[in-house]
Design a protein around this ligand. Sequence first.
Ligand code: PGA
Length: 254
Amino acid sequence: MLIWQNKNQLKHLLMRVRIFDDYDSLSQATASEVINLVKEKPHAVICLPSGSTPLGTCQWIVKNAQQQETDFSKCVFIGLDEWVGIGKENPGSCSYFFYHHFFDPLKIPEQQIFLFDAFAKNWSEECKKMDKTIAAKGGIDLMIVGIGMNGHIGFNEPGTSFRLLSHVTDLDETTKSVGQKYFPQKTHLSKGITLGLGHLMKANKAILIANGKNKAQIIHKALKEPVSEDMPASIMRKHSNGFFYVDKEAALLI
Ligand code: PGA
């Protein structure tokens, strides 16, 4: 259980933590955030993560968008990250996830999709290109992120500067081993390319989503440990419009 030194700190944080009964209601609420934003602002710039956690969100967006005929034809989608050297035909790649679960079913026009190239010849140029795109589109309206077992956001591994924008990074050992779950066979993972926490801080709204008992410990740390670059997800507490959406299982220790 958390021991809160300061009641105001607790009150402030709880306002930013929404606890849902289960994964499905968490996914539905996150999907509603995206759909409502797109209805309100058709040209919205939205950053999405890939992985196990956002799958339900994508499925709900696709379902609701089809039922309510939400028009996604003008908004812009930015992919949070990608494994370096893993192509979009590989089912473990982030691009595969985005196309398979989101862009293809929603028929998002290609010119509105901005993903990192896992095979870029010049990484610095690839990062600059993404940063310039985001700036040219007016910045990110809504940034949805997951949380890794080591507290990472995207591939912002523990120790990464909160100020960085897009960058290539060496993957943490935890990320390399946990990441195997996405791949049909053992895959060599060494580097990742990712948006930075500087992007997160500049986004108009940020939502970190987490579900399941295996995330309870890291959610506890992200909320309770001092805000520090050693615990990347703790930066969410510094965001003036940042929210934690967690299911009951992930909230077990808070
Ligand atoms: P997951 O990944 O949603 O597959 O648990 C989260 C992350 O590593 O950011």
